[in-house]
Design a protein around this ligand. Structure first.
Ligand code: HEM
Length: 145
């Protein structure tokens, strides 16, 4: 089994578990929530770098007659990224523990953070569903081994 495959799979699982934990603030507490939210930004960058060939190939295909499924998947992934940025940005502006110096006095950011995180869950669930075959194949590869 290629090490890259194991790294991608482990990173994806960490991202999924982190997202589940981030959605339950009473479970993590506010301090861990904020630091985990900042750490996930680093994980997302690594995830994007590891998927870079898919991103460049799909961007090229998107404008050169890709199938509808590929187009939908592309727009979904782009929206997922935009929501992730919006959730982290609004989280930083409502920060109470990790980065209070950057927090805004406007409480609207906390409400926006909540709304963006709802959208993020919906998009992440769809992302998981679309890539379910890949996940099952990966699990099978590991179990058969
Ligand atoms: C992907 C990353 C993140 C997700 C999915 C996420 C999700 C959530 C959720 C679901 C809540 C509860 C909202 C409610 O009260 O119903 C929340 C609250 C909060 N989050 Fe995040 N969060 C993330 C990142 C961050 C970051 C990076 C920070 C700050 C550095 C942050 C700061 C906060 C704060 C201060 C609250 C309480 C807001 C309030 O006063 O209602 N979050 N977050």
């Amino acid at each position: 089994m290629r090490p890259r495959f194991l790294i991608v799979l482990t990173l994806d699982l960490i991202l999924l578990l982190s997202l589940c934990a981030l959605e339950h603030v009473p479970f993590t507490g506010m301090t861990l929530h904020e630091w985990l939210g900042l750490a996930i930004a680093v994980l997302i960058v690594i995830h994007l770098l590891l998927s870079w060939s898919w991103i460049t190939a799909s961007t090229r295909r998107f404008f050169r007659g890709a199938s509808n499924r590929t187009r939908v998947n592309y727009v979904l992934n782009l929206s997922l990224f935009a929501f992730m940025v919006a959730v982290i940005f609004s989280g930083v502006l409502s920060s109470q523990q990790a980065l209070p110096a950057l927090a805004s006095a406007n409480t609207r950011w906390a409400r926006l953070h909540d709304r963006f995180s709802d959208g993020l869950v919906a998009l992440a669930a769809t992302h998981l569903a679309i890539n379910w075959d890949w996940l099952l194949a990966a699990a099978r590869k590991i179990l058969v081994r």
